[in-house]
Ligand binder design. Structure first.
Ligand code: PXP
Length: 239
């Protein structure tokens, strides 16, 4: 069965609109777990626009499921990860002006730096995943840099303008996933997945876990978070 990681950043986005204590990201994470989330992801961005340092620590204390910390491969974030010790870290590129993570890591251009960052995180017993575009060469570079897992960026698949274009993007995901399996990497995927487009990605044979945030949090406004997660699980399982 494909696992579901729920990204709760946008609960913090709502909270930060008033800079208060509610809605609570810990309460949201626990509701997501009740609905069937296998792990919780939080992205601590350099600009702290949604998740705050205290959230990451509180999530680590409260959760019985895995905490996946999404972060840029910077010295500051490596220090945070080594203190918090989440189950896994997903390294992502970060640009200050972007609305969300726009592209995958450029592993080919920064292999040496990523290798060093990865080693520093792994010595604390934390699994390291690289968020990459679905290209076999990037999967190979992630392996060379010491990653345990790759998370394939499904943004292009999710934004595809036609069924044919979406099919082409799915083919890229399948090819990259096959390469990851050959290299012994755990294969995750995410970004832009929603209730309508999740099915084909959930059925890519190598997929271990999907990480989904925005669509679930949006749906939760109408049906509650626990139910929104349950509905996503059903969509993932549907044939
Ligand atoms: N995976 C990664 C690495 C991401 O950066 C994001 C967005 O924060 C997601 C998954 C979830 O994307 P979405 O919120 O579009 O479901």
């Amino acid at each position: 069965m494909v696992l579901l990681g729920v990204n709760i950043d946008h609960v913090a986005t709502v909270r930060q609109a008033r800079r208060g204590d509610v809605p609570s990201v810990v309460e949201a994470a626990l509701a997501a777990v009740k609905g069937g989330a296998d792990s919780i992801t939080a992205h601590l961005r350099e600009d702290r626009r949604h998740i705050q340092d205290a959230d990451v620590a509180a999530l680590k204390r409260a959760l019985k499921v895995r905490l996946n910390l999404e972060m840029a491969p910077t010295e500051e974030m490596v220090r945070v990860a080594r203190v918090v010790r989440p189950a896994s870290v997903c390294l992502v590129p970060e640009r200050r002006q972007e609305l969300t993570t726009e592209g995958g890591l450029d592993v080919l251009s920064h292999l040496k730096r990523f290798k060093s960052v990865t080693e520093k995180i792994k010595t604390k017993g934390i699994l390291v995943s690289y968020f990459i575009d679905p290209e076999p060469a990037l999967v190979e570079a992630a392996k060379a840099a010491g990653a345990d897992a790759v998370e394939l960026h499904t943004g292009a698949y999710s934004r595809a303008a036609s069924p044919d274009a979406q099919h082409d993007e799915l083919k890229k995901i399948q090819a990259a996933a096959a390469r990851a399996r050959e290299l012994g990497l755990t294969l995750n995927a995410g970004h832009g997945l929603d209730y309508d487009n999740v099915g084909p990605v959930a059925h890519v044979a190598e997929v271990n876990e999907l990480n989904i945030g925005f669509s679930i949090i949006g749906r939760a406004l109408f049906v509650g978070l626990e139910q929104a997660v349950k509905e996503m699980r059903l969509k993932m399982a549907a044939v």
